[in-house]
Ligand binder design. Structure first.
Ligand SMILES: *[C@@H]1O[C@H](CO)[C@@H](O)[C@H](O)[C@H]1NC(C)=O
Ligand SMILES: *[C@@H]1O[C@H](CO)[C@@H](O)[C@H](O)[C@H]1NC(C)=O
Ligand SMILES: *[C@@H]1O[C@H](CO)[C@@H](O)[C@H](O)[C@H]1NC(C)=O
Ligand SMILES: *[C@@H]1O[C@H](CO)[C@@H](O)[C@H](O)[C@H]1NC(C)=O
Ligand SMILES: CC(=O)N[C@H]1CO[C@H](CO)[C@@H](O)[C@@H]1O
Length: 562
């Protein structure tokens, strides 16, 4: 780690005293970004998420985070840091996790006044992201994403929303349809609010064909009609290929030619290899030069705050323990030197940028197992109707139920399997493009569905709805079975539509959908999850089939029905 230099006492006062000009609106034309005056916009950014929140590098060397500090809800810290961000000459910060119930007014307006845009990740650690090990695009996540958008849409300096970070890995490529569905629904929602904020994704680096498939898939049109409706606007690659004193030819030439014909905006959503210290930040000279500017629109240097992995220290400042002062490092100085010196070409012009085309999707293969059939838009009303119609409902004794939903799903599906039933309606399979009717409902509603199926199979024996006190018989249930309840509430299980938040802004069903556990009896989500894409949001693995369920039940069966 480079030695730290004495803190500079910069006062933020000067920055906020006089009226600043409104920040320009950035728009996408074809594969480039433009300022309102028509000049080309490049992301000269830095990752901005405080310590205590673990963020993955390209090799997933970080541990799994369990919580986060919202960096945009701490006005004193933002105002402390803005002079340093300006010193670096950054125009974008990336925040990995924000909390929609907090107030962001002060930070966002201070950043805007300083000419700094934000890229906001909509996913959250743990139960706030698509679970790679049992993916679904479900109501609780859609709700979380839309609530965050509602909170941030009043600010003029949100450049993009990330619908995921590193969720799709080379051995979990079947997660891709769920991320693409998230992009589709977020895009439709933004359009419905007349917001032109970009829809983005941040991709983990990997083998050439893997990163190309993911990039192409997220910006393609599965219908083959050149429609933008399921395409991201901004593809981010978390790339750490430039290590030490490298060169364009040594690190980026191959990558750049690979993206030469890409159809939407591409940039580095993370960069800054630490494996050959000190970091020289000479990659910025390449990224912002004509060697790369036709293909790339900038970078996010990782990271402002300290962030340590087994590879080394990525942070560029140290904050005093009382939070009052910032010490910059030589790493900071070198980044500043390169960021302030670069002068990327102001071309192509906005008029000659051309329109984007949206090619058909890469075909599914052994190495890229993602169907072009996307999961439906989660339907809050239909799922709420379903929950109310079910005859046995999950009613946890504790509000801290997120950890038991996965376990109970396993148990109820196992019991169902033993009784000749199954949980197929809950399952989602991104490889085959098969999505059960209940697969996009909250995990808690899925659980009620499984409990009801079991209860019905046992001829409504009250004990079969007990689940050790977690289930409650709904005597007013109008439906004759779980399946009948689904038929009456879910009229089109494949429906894709513009989502709206339910009145009151929160998810229906009394549950904010915090299913947890990885659905296979483990309860651990130790699948190499990183900051954003991780998680414990669950689904059982209902498509496993009855045999697997029975095995699971032998291992994990806590409940026995007499
Ligand atoms: C968001 O902040 C509220 C208020 O402090 C807190 O109760 C809640 O747990 C936070 N949510 C998350 C997901 O951290
Ligand atoms: C997926 O790949 C990662 C590393 O790339 C590895 O750690 C993990 O065990 C793999 N998971 C499976 C299920 O193969
Ligand atoms: C919630 O439950 C989990 C798992 O049982 C436990 O680790 C956690 O401490 C609990 N949280 C609270 C606030 O009780
Ligand atoms: C609910 O289910 C959990 C997980 O199986 C179990 O630990 C708990 O005892 C059950 N009952 C109640 C009342 O929480
Ligand atoms: C681990 C984690 O983040 N769990 C959260 C899941 O959601 C509930 C309700 O919103 C939170 O209370 C938990 O903290």
């Amino acid at each position: 780690m480079p030695p730290l230099r004495a803190a500079r006492l910069l006062t933020a006062l000067a920055l906020f005293s006089c009226g600043a000009q409104a920040i320009s609106q950035v728009t996408r034309n074809g594969r480039y970004l433009y300022n309102a005056d028509g000049s080309r916009f490049y992301i000269k950014g830095i990752a901005y998420q405080p310590q205590g929140f673990v963020i993955a590098s390209d090799d997933n060397a970080f541990g799994e985070p369990t919580g986060f500090e919202d960096p945009l809800a701490q006005p004193d810290a933002c105002k402390r840091d803005i002079p340093f961000l300006q010193e670096l000459s950054v125009n974008v910060i990336r925040a990995y996790s924000v909390n929609s119930s907090l107030n962001h007014d002060e930070c966002m307006s201070a950043l805007s006044n300083a000419g700094i845009y934000t890229i906001i990740d909509l996913s959250l650690p743990m139960n706030g992201s698509v679970d790679r090990s049992a993916p679904s695009w479900s109501g609780n996540l859609l709700d979380q994403y839309l609530e965050t958008i509602d909170v941030f849409s009043k600010y003029d300096n949100v450049l993009a929303y990330n619908v995921g970070n590193e969720a799709i890995t080379s051995n979990t490529t079947s997660v891709a349809p769920f991320i693409k569905a998230a992009a589709r629904d977020v895009k439709a929602y933004l359009n419905s609010k007349s917001l032109s904020t970009l829809v983005a994704y941040a991709q983990i680096d990997g083998a050439e064909n893997f990163r190309e498939n993911v990039a192409d898939y997220l910006s393609c049109d599965p219908t083959g009609q050149n429609s933008p409706s399921t395409a991201i606007d901004l593809f981010g690659l978390n790339n750490y290929e430039w290590c030490g004193d490298s060169t364009f030819e040594g690190s980026y030439a191959g990558l750049t030619s690979q993206f030469a014909d890409y159809n939407v905006v591409a940039y580095f959503s993370e960069c800054g290899c630490v494996s050959q210290p000190p970091r020289l930040w000479t990659e910025m000279d390449a990224i912002f030069s004509s060697q790369m500017s036709d293909v790339w629109s900038g970078s996010i240097a990782f990271s402002y705050f300290p962030a340590e992995s087994v590879d080394g220290q990525y942070g560029m400042v140290t904050i005093s323990s009382d939070g009052s002062t910032v010490q910059t490092s030589e790493d900071f100085d070198r980044l500043k030197q390169h960021y302030t010196a670069v002068s990327p070409p102001n071309s192509p012009s906005k008029d000659s940028a051309g329109a984007s085309s949206y090619p058909s999707c890469p075909s599914s293969s052994d190495t890229f197992a993602a169907s072009s059939t996307l999961p439906p838009t989660p339907d809050f009303a239909a799922c709420s109707c379903l929950e109310n119609a079910l005859s046995c409902q999950f009613r946890p004794a504790t509000s801290n139920y997120s950890a038991i939903v996965g376990e109970l799903l396993d148990e109820s599906c196992s019991l169902l399997g033993q009784s000749g039933g199954n949980c197929d309606e809950l399952g989602a399979n991104g490889q085959t493009g098969t999505y059960g009717r209940v697969s996009s409902c909250d995990p808690t509603i899925k659980l009620s569905y499984a409990m009801t199926s079991y209860y019905e199979l046992n001829n409504r024996d009250a004990q079969a709805c007990s689940f050790a006190g977690n289930g409650t018989v709904n005597s007013g249930s109008p439906a004759s079975s779980a399946s009948a309840a689904a038929s009456s509430c879910i009229t089109n299980a494949a429906a894709v539509f513009t989502p709206t938040l339910p009145a009151g802004g929160s998810n229906p069903g009394g549950s904010s959908g915090n299913g947890n556990g990885n659905g296979n009896g483990g309860g651990s989500s130790g699948n190499g999850d990183d900051t954003e894409s991780n998680s414990a949001l669950v689904d059982a693995k209902p498509l496993l089939g009855v045999a697997a369920m029975i095995i699971t039940s032998v291992v994990g069966g806590i409940l026995t029905v007499v």
